[in-house]
Design a protein around this ligand. Structure first.
Ligand SMILES: Nc1ncnc2c1ncn2[C@@H]1O[C@H](COP(=O)(O)OP(=O)(O)OP(=O)(O)O)[C@@H](O)[C@H]1O
Length: 255
């Protein structure tokens, strides 16, 4: 589904990602893990078009993504969320999801802001209906009319996921989706990520929460100092001596 071929990124002589290759298989939850500074976020930035690679390439179902801009990549079927939540804080929950839908339909966002109440077009009605379905999927239907900035952190993350799904992606990248969540919220997020996978959207995620990664990932790639040091199922990766060594002395990665 997603092919990453020998991708590298150098920041002024510092090699943040070094010749990483991997294949994300369709219909899986694939995690990228590694100690702080291992290059996970940089790899996500390379895949989603936020940063151009110094070398190497990425393709999605045979279509070349390398060198394309994030909005173009989103239209090609790959969307991401960011470590820090990036929502339209002043908009309602529902409107935030609707903006994701407009990226997909390539239409101008303006009509949404200029709309005359009570005169909703056919496309707007469909967009609203799909947005409500997605809010229901992530457990936010009751808060549809709340202002996004007023939501609790866990709900804001759920909303970001709903907005990303509104672009109808084939692949979703989640950058630390449960950071700062309590154990109950983490459990709910795990179920949501599995539901997303089961709905046919392939998931690539990076996360420090090891028990989440180990319990939901079909496949795990481990980075250390920008290089891939291991790859396999949770059981394979957990017992890999290089992985154990990479995590020693990094308590943040140990939970
Ligand atoms: N724009 C940049 N300019 C210079 N160095 C950068 C830049 N972005 C990342 N780096 C460096 O590249 C390395 C990898 O960073 P990256 O954020 O990808 O790691 P990470 O695995 O996501 O870490 P964390 O788990 O802490 O989020 C780090 O040493 C970081 O300081």
């Amino acid at each position: 589904m997603l092919e990453i071929r020998s991708i590298s990124k150098t920041f002024g002589g510092y090699q943040a990602v070094s010749e990483v290759s991997t294949t994300v298989r369709q219909g899986t939850i694939h995690a990228v893990i590694g100690p702080n500074g291992a290059g996970k976020t940089t790899l996500f930035n390379l895949v989603s078009g936020v940063l151009p690679p110094s070398a190497g390439s990425v393709s999605l179902e045979g279509q070349e993504l390398t060198g394309r801009r994030p909005d173009r990549i989103a239209r090609m079927g790959l969307v991401r969320t960011f470590q820090g939540v990036r929502l339209f804080g002043a908009m309602t929950v529902l409107e935030n999801v609707q903006t994701g839908r407009y990226i997909r339909t390539s239409s101008d966002l303006l009509p949404m802001f200029l709309r005359i109440p009570g005169r909703e077009g056919k496309q707007e009605a469909a967009t609203r209906e799909r947005a409500m379905q997605l809010l229901d999927m992530v457990g936010l239907a009751k808060q549809a009319d709340a202002i996004a900035a007023d939501l609790a952190l866990a709900d804001q993350r759920r909303l970001e996921i709903a907005r990303a799904l509104a672009t109808e992606p084939r692949m979703l990248l989640l950058d630390e989706p449960v950071a700062g969540m309590n154990p109950v919220e983490v459990k709910e997020a795990a179920q949501l990520i599995q539901r997303i996978r089961d709905s046919g959207v392939t998931v690539l995620l990076t996360e420090h929460h090891m028990s989440l990664v180990m319990s939901i990932s079909d496949r795990i790639t481990v980075l250390n100092y920008g290089r891939k040091i291991a790859e396999g199922t949770a059981a394979e990766v957990r017992d890999d001596p290089q992985v154990v060594e990479a995590y020693l002395g990094t308590p943040e990665g140990a939970h």
